[in-house]
Design a protein around this ligand. Sequence first.
Ligand SMILES: C[S@@+](CC[C@H](N)C(=O)[O-])C[C@H]1O[C@@H](n2cnc3c(N)ncnc32)[C@H](O)[C@@H]1O
Length: 253
Amino acid sequence: MADTHTAHTDIDTLIRMLDAAETMPAAARLRARSYELLRLPPDATVVDVGCGTARAVAELAEQAAHAIGVDLDPAMLAAARSRFPDIDLRVADAADLPLADGQAHGYRADKVYHVLPDPPAALTEARRVLAPGGRIVLLGQDWDTVVIDSDQPDLTRRIVHARADTIPHPRIARAYRNLLRDTGFHDVDVEVHTAVFTGATMLPLLVGHATAAQQAGAISGDEAEDWVSEQTRRAQDERLLIAIPMFLAAGTR
Ligand SMILES: C[S@@+](CC[C@H](N)C(=O)[O-])C[C@H]1O[C@@H](n2cnc3c(N)ncnc32)[C@H](O)[C@@H]1O
């Protein structure tokens, strides 16, 4: 699996969590906002980079003449193909896209840039494939400011920060605006929307956080067990609360 996000989860768990997150009404509204910011003309070619299971590609195919999904992970694209057999999906790296210069009118990447080895190289590639006047939209979470309700706030803070430190670029979402401007995009705007999760389906995310923090040596095995037990009880009692700031930045080529 190419996504280091999954260092502590397998692809099925990742897909389950992405499914749980993306089927929420607020997530659907956020995707719709990202499509709106692309300002696609009717004859547009649009590419969704790091498309995962390709829900966004399928949705974009309803608005654009040609929607292309790109992902580095063939297993992820196999899952995407089983869901959406008719859409254009290509295995490729964000830094080396299978598109001609200026071919795309829209470029979108959702929850991807934090795992890329060289985000500026991916943005330079985005600029290459976009036509002048084309639009780029980046969407992603800030891993350092994940809010988790807990009776153990100090331990929670250590877990959140230790988990963030296992991610190549945990704070890149707050830097989208400046990265886009540094790459030569103009009319760059940024919005922040908060994703709120209260359902037990996000429990694997919390287990992943605790496991990562323990593996990093930031917390003990007993602390990890204790914290996961508390979150599991909260999930059973419908008292779970996770809030994640989602940065949405858009610019023009
Ligand atoms: C957290 S998932 C997000 C998937 C999808 N965009 C979504 O919002 O549900 C990140 C995706 O980026 C892909 N990815 C990671 N590194 C990549 C790279 N260098 N080039 C293209 N895709 C990459 C992963 O395989 C994974 O499918």
